[in-house]
Design a protein around this ligand. Sequence first.
Ligand SMILES: C[S@@+](CC[C@H](N)C(=O)[O-])C[C@H]1O[C@@H](n2cnc3c(N)ncnc32)[C@H](O)[C@@H]1O
Length: 231
Amino acid sequence: MNEHTLSMRLERVAANVPADARLADIGSDHAYLPVALMHRGAISAAVAGEVATTPFHAAQRTVRDNGLEQHISVRLASGLAAIEPGDGITAISLCGMGGETIRDILDSGKTHLSGQERLILQPNGGEQPLRQWLMDNGYPILHEELLQENRFYYEIIVAERAEPVVYSAEQLYFGPLQMQTRSPVFLAKWQRMLRQKHKTLASFEQARQRVPEEKMQEVARQARWITALLA
Ligand SMILES: C[S@@+](CC[C@H](N)C(=O)[O-])C[C@H]1O[C@@H](n2cnc3c(N)ncnc32)[C@H](O)[C@@H]1O
């Protein structure tokens, strides 16, 4: 992967960035996403935010090597603190981090959100708490995608601030739109997850003394939900 050839995962994220957006890519690492989008003329400006110095320098290098310093600001900052009021950001991407981390970044950076931005989120696990945050903060999910690349399943969640929405516990767990669509990749993911839950429960049985009852019950409930979903 580089700024010319994105991974399939980042290609799908790119496809959900609105045309001409002013994009803040938070946790940008090499800044491949904003640089690729700028090269394609798909966005008008970008901020690439990074909390760690090594990826921050990598992002600076990619932007400089591509002559895009006038269009992409690379900033060393934690989370949404990379966004400045004058940026006029219309879309925020947060990709390749755990869902809890993305949730915490959104929650602690609320003052940097105008409420007008589209959120394009690609969590690596932890989708349920992230969807919970979106529901609790008035961001209905507009679009969800699930793709498989290199044996891993990746979810993309697109949300915008609008009328409050209420999702059930199962919708927060599986994704409300994916539950409706039931794509082949979605069913394959949950078949794999069900096998994993059964293995986990079997290992819990063997180590019963050391596993809190609450944890056992949680995994058992998830296995029941998945079984019902696949039935
Ligand atoms: C695995 S990389 C993903 C890079 C790229 N977004 C992608 O999807 O390919 C995650 C990046 O997020 C950065 N990161 C983690 N927490 C962050 C935070 N609070 N603010 C900004 N960047 C953060 C890490 O330094 C790392 O470079």
